[in-house]
Design a protein around this ligand. Structure first.
Ligand code: ZN
Length: 206
């Protein structure tokens, strides 16, 4: 796969962008990673970058977006934060990636076994963590109401998915730039779940 230039990036549609990530993850789980010359990619991206995707994923050490989607230098903007929550800085970063640099999708990627989700469900209070957990906890009332007898594991699984959907909602409602770009079919905002036991990403149905 060639390093992206402006012309190649322009030709990619939002649907193509999802396929590129889907195929990259298929390569990853089959251990068929593309053999990239990263030093050559350093050269090719030294003057400019034209990534096709913005990926907002957790800081978890097992969920590096470049690795799990088999991407090279200059391919994706990788925004990482515990619990893949959305805040103003992340909104600005996603807006920059799409509006200024031309990325075609924003993917909010949750994952199984997420410590931030567990912390939110168990109401862990430590230092500044509550800034993150209180964002995740917005999902809890509806989940508790609809599943009053669920185990903590089941609740965490539910919250993980709902937290991704909440992230998508936050992007759409808090960024008029991203909402307008999606409305004009310039980008798609999508969700997915990475399974830390298989390496597989399941994209949510749109
Ligand atoms: Zn996590």
């Amino acid at each position: 796969m060639k390093t992206l230039n402006k012309e190649a990036q322009t030709k990619i549609t939002p649907s193509d962008a999802i396929d590129l990530l889907r195929h990259g993850n298929e390569r990853f789980i089959k251990n068929l990673k593309i053999n990239r010359n990263l030093l050559q990619q350093v050269n090719e991206t030294s003057d400019s970058q034209h990534p096709f995707a913005v990926i907002i994923s957790c800081m978890d050490s097992r969920t590096s977006a470049e690795l799990v989607f088999d991407q090279g230098l200059g391919d994706i903007f990788s925004i990482r934060i515990a619990g893949n929550v959305i805040n103003e800085d992340i909104l600005g970063s996603a807006e920059f990636g799409c509006k200024v640099v031309g990325a075609k999708i924003v993917l909010v990627l949750g994952h199984t076994g997420c410590g931030a989700i567990k912390g939110a469900v168990n109401n862990v209070d430590l230092g500044h963590l509550h800034f993150i957990t209180r964002k995740i906890q917005r999902c809890l009332p509806t989940i508790n109401k609809s599943n009053p007898n669920s185990s903590v594991e089941d609740i965490c699984a539910h919250v993980t998915k709902e937290n991704v959907l909440q992230g998508i909602k936050d992007l759409r409602t808090s960024s008029t730039i991203l909402a307008a770009m999606e409305h004009n079919n310039e980008i798609k905002i999508v969700g997915g779940l990475y399974d830390v036991s298989t390496g597989e990403v399941a994209f949510f149905e749109e």
